[in-house]
Design a protein around this ligand. Structure first.
Ligand code: FAD
Length: 482
């Protein structure tokens, strides 16, 4: 096999929300950067499997990086979501007390929030007042901490937006490139990073490998931290339930977690979860017991959850470090290797504040960062079929009649959108799914999977049997019968 050689100033390992945000931030400067990712797309680690909340910034321990970076992260996320056309909705969050003994916890969180600079945060007393903003909440909820700045976003669309904008600004992404070894050459002052299709040389490494960041650090002999993954399971409800829940609703936090939540998604579904279970290895399975546990907790907040509208379940892995805090800084083994590890919740919220911190760390190390005058901050999503405005669709249809061909009936995704994403680089079913939502609706791809596969085969000019779900060997069909 032909192994390429790539030489850049900085290599980022991992294209989750953190690696992508760091890449985009670095594209403001005149440095050559490569992002090395083991999957065939961005955001397929923990980034695609979380609650999708941009927290206001009150729910972590005082003195932690998790708290310190969260409120500034919230402000930056809301700003950059506009610039990058990331779907975001400012719905606000409630932490709900089920009896008076829990009000003390709300007061503690209120103080943390105010200390962290949150302006719009208050405790609402009395079930009647809470029902005014959350009509289906349990009669037993007696007080709630209301933080107006909390938002919901699509986390994988955020990663895609950052990837598209960083690429436009000359950052190189290497996909399907699992890092298997790193060697440091002291005399050349260079890291040699081994991947299956390319050898990458870089002066600096930024380790953004999520639950695998301890394994990556170990490759240079840094054993200063470990990642102990904790699984969180969710149930997702159909968009027909839109309006059942308005705000991000948490129960009172317990132990390591922010509590079980019942929250809308930016795509008009709602979710309940997550569970909390320490796991060995990469376990993202959902289980009867895990889902039963979250149901019991969610029902305490919302007794009438419409389970007949549950359409799917998923699980994500928290990259919890042994210190239980983010680990962001140069490694003690080699200060040109920067760990951005232990990025569990609220890592999504902190993506932009972390990316700015990483740039400051590089500056402190003496790396000269001159402005890239060609930096383009704005990125636009593709035009989408509009479920509410059929007049707009008529205009789209006039431009391209493939906007008249609905491929995914549940999410109303047209052939034009799928073809456009393939032209932009999508090769697999999952890349199409995360970009267009084809297959994410009530029937979970029962109707559109074959249609999307046929479009992929036609546009990529490959055999139908070569289409994969997520690259590598994830073929959808085994062989052609006739
Ligand atoms: C259940 C749950 C709920 C959460 N809810 C929220 C929330 O509502 N709000 C919030 O702010 N945060 C939340 N979080 C936290 C948030 O999801 C994470 O902090 C964030 O996604 C971490 O992003 P990341 O880029 O560090 O990791 P990842 O998304 O896991 O990215 C790491 C990347 O590194 C790649 N990689 C790993 N090893 C290698 C290798 N050897 N070679 C090449 N590439 C490699 C992986 O494939 C992956 O793409 C939640 C987390 C969980 C688990």
């Amino acid at each position: 096999m032909n192994i390429k050689s790539i030489k850049k100033d900085i290599a980022i390992i991992g294209a989750g929300i953190i690696g992508c945000a760091v890449a985009r931030e670095l594209s403001r400067y005149k440095k050559t950067v490569v992002v090395v990712e083991k999957e065939v797309d961005v955001g397929w680690g923990t980034t695609k499997a979380n609650s999708g909340i941009i927290h206001a910034g009150y729910s972590d321990k005082v003195g932690t990086a998790r708290l310190n970076l969260s409120h500034s992260g919230n402000i930056l996320f809301r700003k950059y979501a506009q610039e990058l056309d990331i779907p975001i909705k400012n719905v606000g969050s409630l932490v709900n007390a089920l009896d008076k003994s829990q009000i003390g916890v709300l007061e503690e969180l209120l103080n943390i929030g105010k200390g962290n600079g949150i302006g719009s945060i208050e405790i609402i007393f009395n079930n009647e007042n809470i029902k005014k903003i959350e009509p289906n909440i349990s009669d037993k909820v007696c007080a709630a901490l209301y933080a107006k700045e909390a938002c919901i976003v699509s986390p994988y669309e955020a990663a895609i937006a950052l990837y598209e904008n960083a690429s436009e600004n000359s950052i190189k992404f290497l996909f399907d490139s699992e890092v298997s070894d790193i060697i440091y050459n002291k005399s050349a002052n260079l890291f040699y990073i081994k991947t299956p299709h390319a050898n990458v040389e870089a002066s600096f490494i930024i380790n953004c490998a999520g639950v695998f960041s301890d394994k990556i650090a170990m490759m240079i002999g840094d054993d200063s931290f470990s990642i102990n993954p904790a699984k969180g399971e969710y149930l997702v409800f159909d968009t027909e339930t839109y309006g059942f829940v308005n705000k991000i609703n948490f129960s009172i936090p317990v132990g390591e977690t922010k509590g079980v939540l019942v929250a809308p998604t930016v795509d008009k579904n709602f979710i309940i979860g997550p569970s909390y279970e320490k796991v060995d290895g990469y376990d993202v399975s959902t289980t009867r017991e895990g889902l039963k546990g979250i149901r019991q907790k969610a029902e305490k907040l919302f007794p009438n959850i419409p389970y007949n509208s549950a359409i799917t379940s998923f699980a994500g892995l928290r990259a919890a470090s042994n210190s239980n805090d983010f680990i962001i800084g140069p490694s003690h083994v080699n200060n040109k290797f920067i760990n951005v590890a232990g990025i569990q919740s609220p890592g999504l919220t902190c993506a932009f504040s972390i990316s700015k911190l990483v740039v400051n760390i590089l500056k402190d190390l003496g790396i000269k960062l001159r402005n890239n005058n060609k930096f383009m901050p704005v990125r636009k999503r593709l035009m989408k079929f509009n479920k509410e405005n059929y007049e707009k669709n008529r205009e789209l249809f006039k431009k391209d009649n493939q906007y008249g061909e609905i491929v995914c009936r549940c999410e109303k995704v047209t052939e034009a959108e799928i073809v456009e994403e393939i032209r932009k680089g999508a090769n697999t079913l999952d890349e199409i799914k995360f970009r267009t939502r084809a297959g994410m609706g009530r029937c979970q791809g029962g109707y559109c999977t074959l249609k999307v596969m046929k479009i992929l085969a036609r546009e990529l000019d490959v055999a139908f049997e070569e289409i994969t779900k997520a690259g590598k060997k994830s073929y959808m069909v085994k062989e052609k019968i006739s």
